[in-house]
Design a protein. Sequence first.
Length: 161
Amino acid sequence: MSLGANGLVTALPARSDVDYVAPFFTEYHWAAMLNPVELADSDRCAHPELPVRPAELTEVEHYGRPTWQARVGPTRFYDPRCDCCALLTGRFDYGSDEPGWVPEVESVVRLDVGTGVCVWIRHLYDAPTVDLDLRIIAVDEPLDDALFYSRRRRGLFSRRR
């Protein structure tokens, strides 16, 4: 992974790089939200066409933090980390002559300016639905080490001291 002078990621490892493990918490939607590379024109996309069509780019606040908001529509080249946990709606069509993503509706997404994390997604169905609403409460602040250690459970037959 390459970092720029500002500390932000400028290049990710290739998908086949076995040393890179994306954060995973219950499903790939979590990993996609933390690193929304599927919304970008990146090396992951092997086609010259963009994976999403962005429109209406604006700067807004999300829970007091600056964010970039855009209305986006996936193209057939949209390549989610996992098609069952994609950030945008649709499905992957494996059976056609030209396999690709079949989009359902456009979405409005927000990316946190300071972290690049996707913090909000609203899918624009007839009745718009919010699929993600994340509040960032701290960035680069020290946290208590106790938060990262699991407590041992006492088993039924464990010896008490």
